[in-house]
Write a new protein. Structure first.
Length: 70
């Protein structure tokens, strides 16, 4: 897994968070995955969700996203 700068993480988060609500939901990840070979930074989406969703609410906040890639 590659580390991202805060700016890179925020840009990627914004690209995935298509409804702009500040959280990435599974449907947004699926849509992103379909457009990008089912990976984020070369990692399978299921592995990304397992690692990034630290509070278990099935949504990924910007804070969780940055922590995961930081």
């Amino acid at each position: 897994m590659d580390k991202l700068t805060d700016a890179e993480a925020e840009a990627l988060f914004t690209e995935i968070d298509t409804d702009g609500d500040g959280e990435i939901r599974l449907r947004e990840l699926r849509a992103y995955g379909q457009a990008h070979d089912t990976t984020i930074q070369g990692m399978k989406l299921v592995d990304f969700v397992r690692g990034a969703d630290t509070d278990g609410d099935r949504r990924i906040s910007l804070t969780e996203f940055k922590s995961f890639f930081g």
